[in-house]
Each structure stands twice: as structure tokens, then as C-alpha cells.
Design a protein around this ligand. Sequence first.
Ligand code: MN
Length: 536
Amino acid sequence: MGLETYWKKRDFKKTPEPRGRVAKRNLRRFVVQEHHASHLHFDFRLEVGGVLKSWSVRKGPTLDPDERRLAVETEDHPVEYAKFEGRIPAGEYGGGEHMIWDEGKYEMADGADALAQYEAGRMKFDLEGKKLRGTFNLIRLGSREGQWLLIKSRDEYAQKGWELELRVADDEAAKRWRGAGAGRGARAGAKKEGVKKFSTRRKGDAETFAAGKLFKSKELKGDVNVKVGTAVVPLTSLDRVYFPAAKLTKGDLVRYYYEVSDHILPYLKDRPLIMKRYPAGIKGQSFHQHDVNEAPDFVRTVPLEVEDGGGHTVDYVVGDSTATLLYMANLGAIERHPWHSRARNLDRPDWFVFDLDPGEGVRFETICEVAATTRRILERLGLESYPKTSGSRGLHIYVPIKAAYGYDEIADFAARVAGLIAAEHPEAATVERSKSKRGKRTIYVDHMQNARGKSVVAPYSVRPREGAPVSAPLTWREVEAKRITPQDFTIENVLARVRAKGDLFRDVLANKQTLGDAVKKLGALSAEPKARASRA
Ligand code: MN
């Protein structure tokens, strides 16, 4: 057990990787690093005997016990490597972007000795990470040198069909890496050159149709170009199944966004969007993409400073046109996640949101009751609020405001209101952030999504769940009557509902409420004795 091989393979004048040394203590850490080298892979590392025992797992670990992952043993790494993130320069060993995908502690099952099990070629351990949890096994294949299998045990953390999510799309990592002057060993955050805009008007093989005509046809398949206004949007693989249970395709998703565009666009107008892509549908791999490197010329983008301490600039898509809506759907972006503020007034949100997020087994009726309380408390503060389904299992309650307050001010106000809501339902609701600390059967009154750069799914956005549910605006009467459920609204029926009822959320854009009085009233309300606040 030593680091000689590790040191020999690297030139520490060129690589930012730590030199490190053999540790005396064992802190039982594990780490999985996403490594965008010549081939994307995951490095799985366990702290054993003063070093990180390391395996390269091409497809990454999985929580699915029926999947066995080949794990090829690599040289021991120093324990310091558990914290390593950065760019290994091109031409150096393992050149490419390297980042932590998951980390935490491990315990050997039944208190066994890790080194002894490693030497015997059969390790069984429990992981306590953010993504990986529960029991895993590493089993050396007798016949092949250095080859092991990584297998999840069948326990309460096992998940059939679990899909790994990359932190960064592989092609994006490669581009960022090249853009940052990888050859000079530049660190993350080198200035990028902005978004490369390209024209989509050149004729390819695909046929071009007018949008009105194309989306009337029953079945959308293959690759076509669609003309929306002056923009030409290339659409690809439209017959790919995105929502298997309902047999809905990418074409159905694109068509929905075309048809709902008049209703959803007002909520996206001038707002940066956070993109999560599901290029293979909801059962496939997905990844977040905040930063856009290239986009068709009709897509508006804004460069924003992000607050990660490095003064980085990230180019966001601004989702304000039908063409952009379709372009994003074609990238596999199922949801629309707008910022709470607009690009031209980025530090002043014009709404904030309470996300009532239920734990397992919470009845929807109970969520409706907590929502009704939220409305009542806000009314006592002189504020109107507006409910919609999350499209998942909960409800979102919007409070529109004049874009005159800072994110911190709003977050503070929302936190105090959330506290009052939870206090009125001590059994059913909580503001406890830690999932493990709050009871399974409670509703989390999530006010944390109101920070700068966070987002809540837009009204009329599709959600990446079976049945293609949509986040649907509701009337308070519907909530209070408790006759609806979030599953009632899908891409197959929401349009008919909007046509019949109009846009129930329209006041969210028009009702520019001020907070001055509400803050004063909140002070008085919070000071009331508990018995009154909870309407004993
Ligand atoms: Mn690697």
C-alpha cells in the first residue's frame, strides 16, 4: 500500500492534483468523482489503510441491485484526493475535468475489517452519501486482473431502474475544458467567450413545415424543421418515447409547448431559465444545464454573474419566444424553470413562492388544508396569494409583489411566514430542512426556493413524471373543496381547461403587492401569544 505509482504517473508542476501522503488515521471516507477524461467515467474511492482504494467505473455506480457495474481497479490515491476538483491539463495523465459526484462516510457491514476484505477480494459496506446510500458490494473477479463488480444490495435504498445524473453534460465539460485553455492547466472559471450563435436556416435533409400545419398532424415523427414566425427550429427524433406509461413522445411534448405557448410565455418573459435535459425521456439520464455555449440565433441568452465566489459568468437562456420554447423541448428540457426576477431587474424578484412538499403517504386533502392556512395567514398580512399544483405531489402558492425588494429581504419574510404556517399545523407541517429529521408523513413548507438563482417550475410547465403531468393553476375554491389532485392535470387535458376557465394565474403578473404593511403586521402577528396564533 503506497502512493509510488500515483506519484510516478503525475507531474505535479503541471497538474493541480494533490501530491498527498499516506494518512495515519482512517476517517472511513468515500468519494465518487465524475471524470470527463478521454472517456467519461466515475472514480469510486474508499479510504482504506491510509490511502484511497480506487476503481474506475465506466457507467458509474447505481442504486439498482439488478445492475452489476464493472469496476476496474486503479492505483491508490492519497486521501487528499477525496476533495479534489479541477481540470487536469491536456496531455497529462487523466487530462480532463474532474469533479466530486458524491461523497460521505462508509462503514463495513458487520464491523468487518476493510483491509482484510479488500485483500480477500470481497467487500461489503454501507455508504452514507447524498446520492449513494445503503449497502454495496465490491467483488473481485478471480479470472481477470484488477476487475471487480460493484453491486447494490437489496435494501430499503435499492431502486429498480435508478438513473444516474451527471453533474455536467460530457460534451459541455469537453467544451468548457477546451475553452478554458486546458493545455495551460487553467483552473475552473477562466473567462469564456460567450454564446456562439448559429443559423438554423440553412437547408438540411429534413423537410420544413409551418408550425400551424405541422402540429395539426396526428403523429409527429423523425426529424423535421418547423417554421415559427421568422425562426426555423430543427426538431429531431420526434417519435422517441418520453413518457412510457402514457406512451407520450417527444413530439407530444413539443406540440404541447407550441399549443400552450400563449399561456406559459408571460411567466417566462425576460426571465433566465434553468435547464434540465432528459434527452432520452424521463427514464433516461438527465442533467442540469445552466450555462449555454451555443444556441441558434433566435434564442435569447443573457450572461449573468453567478455567486460562487469566483465571479464566473454563466450564459442563461431567456425563454420568451415560441421558437425558444420549442428549441428547448427538442433538447429534452421537459420543465420550464424561470428565475423569480427578470433579466433587466435581476436582483428584484416579482413573486415569491411557498412550496408545500409532502412526504410519503401524506393525503392530498391535508396538503390542501395547509395551503388554505397559508392563504389565510397571508390575507391577515394583507397579501393575496395564488395556488397551483406542483405537477408532482404538492402545491405551490405564489405571492406576487412589486419588483422592489431584494432577494434576502424576501427570503427572510418568507421564512417567517413559513414558520407561522408550520406552527398552525404542528402535526402535519414543518419547516425542518433536513429530510431525515422531519417526519415522513409531514409536509415541508419549503420557502428556500426563493433565493437568487433558484427557481420553481412555471405554471403550465410539464413535469418529468409518468403521465406527463402539468403544473396547473387552481382556484382557491378548488383547493378548499379538496376535490382535485395534482395527477388530474396533464399535457392531454390542460389546454381544454385553460380554454374553458382562462388563465387562473393572470393576476400573478398584474397584482404588484407591496410588503411594507405586511412586514409590520407580521411583526405584530409573530409577537402574539402562541394560543392565538394557532387559533386555539
Ligand atoms: Mn479517473
